[in-house]
Design a protein around this ligand. Structure first.
Ligand code: COA
Length: 176
């Protein structure tokens, strides 16, 4: 069961169905493809992604590679505005630390929904898991994502390595 989270403006809820698959495809721009998701999604790959997300929620949350993923929804309309995810165990992040990632579709940007989603995920981590620290790893050129991390209360804490060894800035927030 995917926990539903809300701050009254943004809701984090399960990704589900053909409508969300279509929204994932329509909402993917060059920024999302470049900084977050890689090669372009099709309706078929988006539907498979939604299925995989559902399986990750019912499986072992700490299995390496598991991503606990929510859809970011505009609370007023319920429209899918992006995605947010937590990894509780990743090979290149120390134990006890959760790795967070997010993307907001272009038509929903400019409302600080990313920072709201990160705030909701941090609250959930603090109340539901024993995770001590949340980390956001950002490529140095991704100014918008750096602002999101800062707005969500993260502070710069050195450098890290991302997929394929790319240098990443590391932002952290203490959860407890
Ligand atoms: C990062 C992302 C989620 C931010 O979207 P958002 O939550 O709607 O954020 P906003 O558009 O409200 O912008 C947040 C802040 O960043 C600033 N910002 C946005 N784009 C910027 C840019 N190119 N350069 C500098 N600052 C920028 C905004 O001015 C805003 O600051 P303000 O509120 O003080 O004015 C969105 O740009 C995105 O999906 N990017 C692609 C995926 C990605 O990079 N994910 C993160 C991987 S680590």
């Amino acid at each position: 069961m995917v926990p539903g989270l809300s701050d009254g403006t943004v809701e984090l809820a399960a990704l589900a169905g053909d409508g969300d698959a279509a929204a994932l495809v329509a909402g993917e721009d060059d920024e999302i493809a470049r900084w977050l998701s890689g090669p372009s999604a099709t309706l078929e790959t988006a539907a498979r992604h939604i299925d995989r997300c559902a399986l990750d929620w019912v499986g072992d949350w700490f299995r390496p590679g598991t991503a606990l993923t929510w859809g970011i929804r505009d609370a007023a309309s319920g429209a899918l505005a992006g995605t947010a995810e937590v990894q509780l165990s990743t090979a290149d992040v120390e134990a006890g630390t959760a790795n967070l990632a997010y993307g907001v579709f272009p038509s929903w940007r400019g409302r600080r929904y990313g920072a709201r989603a990160v705030g909701l995920m941090c609250g959930w981590l603090a109340t539901t898991t024993a995770t001590q620290l949340a980390v956001v790893r950002v490529e140095p050129g991704n100014a918008a994502s750096i602002r999101v991390a800062e707005q969500a209360g993260f502070a710069r804490a050195g450098r890290s390595r991302g997929v394929a060894g790319a240098p990443m800035l590391r932002y952290v927030r203490v959860l407890r």
